[in-house]
Design a protein around this ligand. Structure first.
Ligand code: 5GP
Length: 120
């Protein structure tokens, strides 16, 4: 996982629907789609449609609080739709040391199996 370049990412093409994805939920602000390399039976990514500087959570500023809340709410909607409401995990990897590989903020919604703690 390389560091944040601030440049475009693969998620721009997913948002533009230039490359296909399996969409689970979408509204005017966020897109939720299945991870191409799932780490659990349910593994959905929730991303802002407008990155607005949010390459990673450590770039968050007060202007981002509304979209950050919207993303978390969308994660709950995804868990509900996927039938994992009582047993899901939401993860944000921030930076190379946390295995972030795509520099467009995203929440991982994971479930459908017993989740381990600590995650490693
Ligand atoms: P990160 O490691 O940055 O937290 O998570 C990035 C995630 O994006 C990874 O889990 C990876 O499998 C997923 N991913 C990368 N490229 C694509 C893609 O083209 N389509 C989909 N659906 N997921 C992708």
């Amino acid at each position: 996982a390389s560091a944040d370049s601030g440049g475009p990412t693969i998620f721009d093409k997913i948002i533009a629907k230039e490359i296909p994805s399996s969409i689970v939920y979408e509204d005017e602000k966020v897109l939720a789609f299945r991870d191409i390399n799932p780490q659990a039976p349910v593994h959905v990514l929730v991303i802002p449609k407008f990155r607005n500087g949010l390459t990673q959570l450590s770039k968050a500023e007060p202007k981002h609080t509304e979209i950050l809340g919207h993303l978390l709410h969308a994660a709950k909607v995804v868990a509900e739709k996927e039938g994992i409401m009582d047993r899901f995990r939401v993860v944000i990897n921030n930076g190379p040391g946390a295995c972030q590989s795509v520099y467009h903020l995203h929440l991982h919604v994971l479930g459908g199996r017993q989740m381990k703690w600590p995650p490693g």
